[in-house]
Write a protein that binds this ligand. Structure first.
Ligand code: CIZ
Ligand code: SF4
Length: 319
C-alpha cells in the first residue's frame, strides 16, 4: 500500500514537471482512474477522452486505455506527444478488422456510407465516412437513415445489429466482436435475475442480442454510469467490463452492483468480464513511460489527416 502511494506521488510530480496530463478509460485499474482525477486529468469513455485530450493545454497526453484511444488522441492533436503505458494494449475489434480487407469490403459496396466504431485502427478510420462511439452511434445512423443512406458498418456485429434494430436502417455488418462483451450470456443472466428480482439490468450494446433483450437500460459506458446514479433502484446487474464498477460505486455509494454472468462463470465472479488489454495499464509502466518518454504513439500524417475527417464529423454532430 505504501509503495502504491509513493508511485502515485512520483507520477503526480512528474506529470506536473513534464506538463503532461493523464487521460484514463473507465475500464482501467481503479488506481489509474483515481490518479487521473486527482491530477486534473480525466476518466471517461473514448469520446470524452478524445475531446478532453484535444482541448487540454498539456504538451503531453498519457493515455491509459488501448491503442486506438492513443491513436485517436494523436490524430486530433498531432502536435502533442502521446504516450501509452503499454503499446501492446489493443482490442479484439481493432485486431479483427484488417485495413486492407476492410478497404476491399468498402470497395465492393460503393453505394454505402461507411460508418466505423471508434475501436478501429487509424487506417480503418481513414477509409470511413464517419467514426462513431457507442454514445452517439445510434443517433448518427438514425440521421443518415433519415437521409435515405444505406450503411456499411464495422466492426462490432452486436453493436451494429442493435443499431440496425433500433433505427431500421439498411446496414451491412462486418462480423467483429469484443471478446469481453461477447462472453455475456442471456440464459445465465435470466437465472441471475430470478434471484435478484428488483435489480435493474444495465447493458453495453457490444453484448449479444440475447443479453441486450433483457436490459432495462442499453447504453455507452457514460450513459450506464448515469443510469446507475439516477435510476430508482438499489441493485444493478451490469453487462460491461467490470472496471466500470469503480465509477458506478463512486457515483452511487449506497447501491449494489453485480457483474453480469459470463460463459462458464458463476454469477458472483469478480474477475471475469475484464479486458486483458485494458488490464495492461498499471502504475509501474505508467511511471516508466513518464520517466523515459518511451512508448510514443505515432500515426502516419497522411492517414491521420484522412482519419480526422471521419472523427471530426462525429465531434461536430455531437457538439
Ligand atoms: O468497450 C469499449 O472499449 C468501449 C465501451 C469504449 C468506449 O467507447 O468508451
Ligand atoms: Fe476492445 Fe472489448 Fe477491450 Fe473494449 S473491452 S478495448 S471493445 S476488447
Amino acid at each position: 500500500l505504501d509503495e502504491k502511494i509513493q508511485l502515485k506521488k512520483r507520477i503526480a510530480d512528474l506529470l506536473k514537471e513534464k506538463q503532461a496530463v493523464l487521460v484514463a478509460h473507465y475500464y482501467v485499474d481503479s488506481d489509474l482512474q483515481d490518479l487521473a482525477e486527482e491530477t486534473g486529468g480525466c476518466v471517461s469513455d473514448s469520446l470524452e477522452m478524445a475531446r478532453f485530450g484535444r482541448d487540454h493545454a498539456a504538451k503531453t497526453l498519457i493515455v491509459a486505455g488501448v491503442k486506438f484511444m492513443g491513436e485517436t488522441a494523436k490524430i486530433l492533436s498531432p502536435e502533442k506527444t502521446i504516450l501509452m503505458p503499454d503499446l501492446d494494449a489493443t482490442c479484439s475489434l481493432d485486431l479483427g478488422c484488417d485495413p486492407e480487407e476492410f478497404a476491399a469490403f468498402c470497395d465492393a459496396h460503393p453505394d454505402r456510407t461507411v460508418v466505423v466504431y471508434a475501436n478501429t485502427s487509424a487506417a480503418v478510420k481513414a477509409r470511413a465516412d464517419w467514426m462513431v462511439t457507442s454514445s452517439v452511434g445510434l443517433d448518427i445512423v438514425a440521421h443518415l437513415h433519415a437521409q435515405g443512406k444505406k450503411i456499411l458498418w464495422a466492426p462490432d456485429k452486436h453493436l451494429g445489429g442493435y443499431i440496425q434494430k433500433q433505427t431500421g436502417a439498411d446496414m451491412l455488418l462486418w462480423q467483429g466482436s469484443c471478446l469481453v462483451h461477447d462472453e455475456f450470456k442471456g440464459i445465465e443472466l435470466e437465472i441471475l435475475k430470478e434471484s435478484h428480482p428488483d435489480a435493474k439490468i444495465l447493458v453495453h450494446p457490444e453484448s449479444p442480442a440475447a443479453v441486450v433483450a433483457l436490459a432495462d437500460v442499453v447504453g455507452s459506458t457514460s450513459q450506464l454510469i448515469n443510469a446507475a446514479k439516477t435510476m430508482d433502484a438499489q441493485e444493478f446487474i451490469v453487462a460491461t467490463d467490470n472496471g466500470i464498477l469503480h465509477k458506478m460505486q463512486i457515483a452511487a455509494p449506497s447501491k449494489k452492483f453485480i457483474v453480469a454472468p459470463t460463459a462458464g462463470n458463476s454469477a458472483t465472479c469478480k474477475s471475469c468480464a475484464h479486458c486483458p488489454w485494458m488490464a495492461m495499464n498499471g502504475l509501474r509502466n505508467l511511471l516508466h513511460v513518464l520517466e523515459t518518454g518511451e512508448n510514443q504513439i505515432q500515426v502516419d500524417p497522411v492517414v491521420g489527416r484522412e482519419a480526422k475527417r471521419s472523427i471530426d464529423r462525429m465531434l461536430d454532430f455531437a457538439a
